[in-house]
Design a protein around this ligand. Structure first.
Ligand code: FAD
Length: 343
């Protein structure tokens, strides 16, 4: 690991000021991703700005009936919070499908959003990677690409965003609150992460001198009809090959509102609002689910190793929608649940 300086920030303003002064500095929260990347020589910050003392650890009701999640709440604190479990069980379930209890105790909400891809070539500094070193090429395009993107990829990068939490946040239409030298702003979750295009080294729309302070959940949390289906090589402690967050508002057997986000398939959680709109007002039946699934993978492209994901995603969407309607998860591949985890 390369030498670096260390600063502890005591308020958001100080953290922002320190970031602005030294653009090669990095914020550190739980450290579960950043420290790994520093050890692998992928990230080379000259300074770490420790934000763990900032007052961003609360989960609070918002005046509109939603919930604000502090950026420094841990993933565990968030997943087990009674309000999150009761009103946003989709989010709780998605978080608990990720990593391990130990990691979730350290990992923060802000860090989860900003975690970097798990592409093998990004991690291996002996190989080309446009995300790590712009202009060097992409080892995954014609390499080992089982875990890579089938949607929204470019000739420069086929990496995927690895988060589970973010897939649920995308389906829930969350809003990211950020603060920087130019003040505060709110970013719709759908606009937070970016597609790779020809700038794959830029993962998201957060400026280099901004900090995530909170994530806002709107009042509708879809507690009656939701599913988070995560398909992976092992049933625990593995990143998603494909995941689906499905949230429905039902009126009898008719779908009143539908939100679906896919994980493991693109550089950002994947939404197709037109497909959701077509489901709305339609009966919750297999044919409509099949059509929605087809619309979600429209334009998908496999690169050999990952081509299986197209069919996997199509089937996973249909299964998640059935689970969301019936709330029957007996066939859920997430076999290892504790009794405290929401179903
Ligand atoms: C073995 C292993 C398995 C895992 N499995 C999964 C999984 O299955 N599913 C899943 O979703 N995740 C998984 N993870 C990833 C884990 O969820 C992330 O590492 C974690 O959420 C990152 O949070 P952190 O607080 O530790 O971030 P850090 O490592 O501290 O920071 C990560 C990045 O976020 C930036 N950052 C942190 N906080 C802020 C903020 N408030 N504002 C702006 N920037 C910020 C940092 O500068 C850094 O660039 C796994 C991790 C490991 C190590």
């Amino acid at each position: 690991m390369r030498p670096f300086s260390y600063t502890r920030a005591h308020d958001v303003g100080a953290a922002v000021a320190a970031l602005s002064q030294e653009r090669t500095a990095h914020l550190i929260a739980g450290g579960t991703n950043l420290i790994d990347l520093m050890k692998e020589d992928v990230e080379r910050p000259t300074r770490l700005i420790d934000i763990n003392r900032l007052d961003l650890k609360a989960i609070e009701d918002t005046p509109d009936g939603g919930l604000r999640l502090g950026a420094l709440c841990t993933n565990a604190q968030t997943a087990y919070d009674e309000r999150v479990r009761g009103r946003y069980p989709l989010l709780s379930k998605a978080i608990l499908a990720g990593a391990s209890p130990q990691l979730r105790n350290m990992a923060t909400n802000g860090g989860n959003l900003l975690q970097r891809t798990r592409c093998y070539y990004f991690y291996d500094v002996a190989t080309p990677c446009n995300k790590r070193e712009p202009g060097s090429g992409c080892g995954a395009l014609n390499g080992v690409n089982r875990i890579h993107a089938i949607l929204g990829a470019s000739e420069h990068c086929i990496a995927v965003h690895p988060s589970d939490m973010c897939v649920a946040l995308a389906a829930l239409d969350a809003v990211v609150q950020v603060e920087g030298p130019r003040g505060k702003r709110a970013i719709a979750f759908a606009d937070f992460h970016r597609l790779p295009g020809d700038t794959p080294h830029i993962d998201n729309d957060l400026a280099g001198d901004e900090i995530v302070t909170a994530i806002d959940l709107p009042p509708q949390g879809y507690p009656a009809h939701y599913a988070y289906l995560k398909l992976r090589d092992r049933t625990s402690y593995a990143f998603a090959l494909v995941s689906v967050a499905a949230a429905l508002e039902m009126d009898g057997s008719t779908i009143r509102r539908a939100r679906i986000a896919l994980g493991g398939v693109a550089h950002k959680p994947w939404r197709v609002p037109e497909a959701e709109a077509r489901l709305e007002g339609s009966p919750a039946d297999p044919e409509n689910f099949r059509k929605a699934a087809q619309a979600y993978v429209h334009g998908a492209r496999g690169r050999g190793g990952n081509t299986f994901k197209i069919e996997l995603a199509t089937r996973a969407i249909q299964r998640a929608l059935v689970q969301a309607v019936t709330m029957d998860t007996r066939d859920d591949p997430q076999l290892h649940r504790t009794t405290t985890e929401p179903r």
